[in-house]
Each structure stands twice: as C-alpha cells, then as structure tokens.
Ligand binder design. Structure first.
Ligand code: 13P
Length: 248
C-alpha cells in the first residue's frame, strides 16, 4: 500500500507570521493518517523544521542546485536544505521550468544531488494547454518522467507530481477521466522501468486542488495525494484537503 501524501508548495509566499498556520495544521492533524509536507521558501525551512520537531510534519525546499557547492550566487545546495532541516525538495516545478529554463536533464541532475543529500525528490511534470490541445499530453508527461527521473530513483527517495501547467493557479482542473488517464500512464511507465518498486512510487496530482474538489480527485485510481499551491497557505484551506485524503 502506498502511504498518501498531502504536500503544500508555498512558492514565493511566507514569512515568520506564517508559522502559526503550520502550527494550527499540526494541532488539527496530530496523528495524521497520511504523510504531511510543507515546502516554504528556503528562508523559512529551519524555523518551520524546529517548530514542527514534535509533529508528523515534513518540511521541504522548492529547488536545489545540481552541484554540492561552489560559485553559484543565489543558489542553494541540497545538503544546505538538509542541514536546515528539510527532508524533501520539489524539483522541476513548471514555474522553474518556465522562469529559469530548467530542462528535464537539469531536473535529473538535481534529483541526483537531492538523493546524495538524503532528500526525497518531488519531481514535477505536466503538459501545457497547447500540448494538451495537440493531443500530446501522454507523450509529454512520460518523456518528462523518463528524462527527469534518475535510474537510481526508488519509491523511498522519489515522489512524482503531475501538474498540468494550465491547471496551476487558474481554478481550472482536468476532468477526473483526464487525471486518471495520465496517472495510469505514469504508473505503467514507472512499473515498466522500475519493476515492482514502480508500483510503490507515490504519484501526486497538483493544480487548483481545493477543499471542494479534493475528495473526488483523491478517488481517482493512482492518485496518491496532492501538491497544493494557493490552498496550502492557510490552515483553514489546507486542513479539509488533508482530511479528504485521510478519508480517501
Ligand atoms: P495551485 O494549487 O495554486 O493551483 O498550485 C499548484 C502548484 O503549482 C503546486 O506546486
């Protein structure tokens, strides 16, 4: 059985005042039936890691550099995230692929760096609206999955997040059939590459997940949780999503 994962990606949001949101989540979900992860800005990792020491809440980064150290002004190495208290790191988010020109080869190299630092890599993939309308979705996401995920990845060290670019922050969500079709294709790609362990990788859905649509999305086969943006910033919005996942 795959343990489900509710993950929040705070993107470029969150300062000291946001700690109370995470503490509220911890108090509400003391003994969660699912794994919990918040990925705040790097500036908040140590603070949140320390604040949640006694809780079943994981803290993660949103990106790391492929190199272990060096002359890369403004970048953060995977070991630095781990040193600050992170256990996970999001890699290849579509906003990084778009804003910073990250390729799947870059994401592959970052995933190796994350694994070297004992971080679980949350590898993001997803098609644009133009790609979906051109009927290329399954080709695009399986190629991104293949090229972004190292051969050495395992279900313990790697989580896959399917996030259609056109569904992120737009309020638009694919139909349940569309989500199911992609997750099924990703599962087949994982099992044909990684054998039995391919069945144990968690595949998250991300893109406009809210309390109001979470339960139906979590009922889709091979949806093992969610990567949530906007609705993860406030405990009152994220908590119903966690509860829906616990009940799925
Ligand atoms: P929204 O939940 O705000 O659509 O963002 C999804 C996302 O990009 C999570 O990584």
């Amino acid at each position: 059985m795959r343990r489900k994962l509710a993950a929040g990606n705070w993107k470029m949001n969150g300062t000291l005042t946001s700690v109370t949101e995470v503490m509220t989540l911890c108090a509400t979900h003391k003994d969660p039936g699912v794994d919990l992860l918040i990925c705040p800005p790097a500036t908040m990792i140590r603070t949140l890691g320390t604040a949640t020491t006694d809780h079943a809440m994981h803290i993660g980064g949103q990106d790391c550099h492929a190199q272990a150290s060096g002359a890369h002004t403004g970048d953060i190495a995977a070991r630095m995230l781990a040193d600050a208290g992170a256990t996970h790191v999001i890699l290849g988010h579509s906003e990084r692929r778009a804003d910073h020109g990250e390729t799947s080869a870059d994401v592959h190299a970052k995933a190796l760096a994350a694994h070297d630092a004992n971080l679980t890599a949350v590898i993001c993939i997803g098609e644009t609206l133009a790609q979906r309308e051109a009927g290329e979705t399954l080709d695009v996401v399986t190629a991104q999955l293949h090229d972004s995920t190292p051969d050495s990845a395992t279900s313990d060290t790697t989580v896959i997040a399917y996030e259609p670019v056109w569904a992120i922050g737009t309020g638009k969500v694919p139909t349940l059939e569309q989500i199911g079709e992609v997750h099924a294709a990703l599962r087949i790609a994982l099992t044909s590459r990684f054998g039995q362990d391919g069945d144990a990788f968690r595949i998250l859905y991300g893109g406009s997940v809210k309390g109001s649509n979470a339960a139906e999305i979590f009922a889709v086969p091979d949806v093992d949780g969610a990567l949530v943006g906007g609705a993860s910033l406030k405990a009152e919005d994220f908590s119903p999503i966690i509860t829906a996942l616990e009940n799925a």
